[in-house]
Design a protein around this ligand. Sequence first.
Ligand code: SF4
Ligand code: SF4
Ligand code: SF4
Length: 239
Amino acid sequence: MSKALLYDATMCIGCKQCEQACATENKLPYNDGIAAEAKQSDHKYTAVLAKNDKFMRRLCMNCQDPACASACPVAALRKTPAGPVIYDEGRCIGCRYCMLACPFSVPKYEWGKILPKVRKCTMCADRVAAGKQTACAEICPTGATKFGERDDLIQEAQRRIRDNPGQFVKHIYGLNEVGGTSVLLLSSVPFEQFGYSADMLTEPMPLLTSRVLSKVPDVVTLGGVISTAQPSRRTVHIF
Ligand code: SF4
Ligand code: SF4
Ligand code: SF4
């Protein structure tokens, strides 16, 4: 059994308390300007998007079989049995393969720092290890973000769809996408409206990682590792 998050957009009121709680938990700044930023970044690990009267969260999906971890040459990213995909910045060499590999474009790089690291939501791994729920689930006033056992949350999501015909798109996003994720989504409108791909493969992405990287041969040259800190260039030279 592993933990997961179920986000039900039909219960979300767009209060952004999950954004605030995430920032506090990860010791990140949070103010009106950051609240207005409608995307994930190196200083904002989750974003609540709004379109008309609908909402949707974006955050790391903490994939069951994560492509980022598979692509990482030094095991700085790792899926834990509890559910979170964790990051060890002491191991990270800044190659940014994880950014290329992630099917959801989640990992972000601290381009503005002298010693940049990769940043993403790690599903409050320390809290989960301590038997607590994630900070975003704990703060959510409506239960739109719920923490629990993945299997239980899947059953609950299926029940909500079955018991409320017409209220939901008949799809649990993350149940099968890229082999399944530890973040599950329910919505009354197509997920594509909020940037989630409708044709994500159900095959785990690590199986495809070599294919993904083989498509960017110009990005990689074999040898040791030097990475350039240019936002517009992802060039990695491995001598
Ligand atoms: S969504 Fe991206 S960063 Fe998150 S676990 Fe999956 S591959 Fe890794
Ligand atoms: S930047 Fe490279 S070393 Fe660091 S986590 Fe990503 S893949 Fe691993
Ligand atoms: S805290 Fe809950 S209700 Fe508020 S924006 Fe986040 S998910 Fe939605």
